[in-house]
Design a protein around this ligand. Sequence first.
Ligand SMILES: CC(C)(COP(=O)(O)OP(=O)(O)OC[C@H]1O[C@@H](n2cnc3c(N)ncnc32)[C@H](O)[C@@H]1OP(=O)(O)O)[C@@H](O)C(=O)NCCC(=O)NCCS
Length: 186
Amino acid sequence: MSLTYFKRYQMELDLQTLDIPTSELPGGYRFAAWSEDDLTRHAEIKHISFRNEIDANVFTCFRDVEGCQRLLREISGRSNFLPDATWLLEYDDPTTETTTTVGTIQALVDVHQRGAIQNIGIHPDHRGHGLGTSLLFKCFTYVKARGLSRVMLEVTSQNIGALRLYKRLGFRIIKTVYKPAPIFTY
Ligand SMILES: CC(C)(COP(=O)(O)OP(=O)(O)OC[C@H]1O[C@@H](n2cnc3c(N)ncnc32)[C@H](O)[C@@H]1OP(=O)(O)O)[C@@H](O)C(=O)NCCC(=O)NCCS
């Protein structure tokens, strides 16, 4: 099997000096706290958010719901899982009178006592309205409440939109790593 290498940035944000704004959401949207019963909903929105993105080439588990379920089980089963900093985002659609899941974020504590954001994903139809920013602020609030002063994440260098968002929030690149991934031929 041939491998390729994706350049990824580890980024960090100091929460001590950050005045975290209250996460305001547009009408119809609301946060849902972590519950094990929602694992499949997290997996489904993770798959929808990532399946057509560069990270589906880096992490093959994003390509199907089962892969996302396995990942969620792995994250939520760890002793360093942060359930308080793990959220779903829901949307009540007034036209169809249905509730859909439109976002997910999960976090762990890493060995350096930082909140480590695992994956943030927003449904493609709901991007660009500040939801990703609100989900990040929601997560930061609970990471800080745990007494952790920093958050970190990893982003693929080609994920220009996400990189711009993180830089806007004050994240800075602290390390560059190369993630091996199989080359798929169709
Ligand atoms: C990254 C992501 C969570 C942002 O969600 P969002 O709700 O659109 O974020 P916001 O509306 O709060 O902020 C939008 C910002 O994100 C940037 N952005 C990120 N991805 C973008 C995309 N696909 N299209 C347009 N803008 C994007 C924009 O630059 C914008 O910044 P600006 O306001 O300075 O112009 C979302 O694009 C997503 O789910 N992407 C796919 C999954 C992914 O790559 N996650 C990050 C892994 S590290």
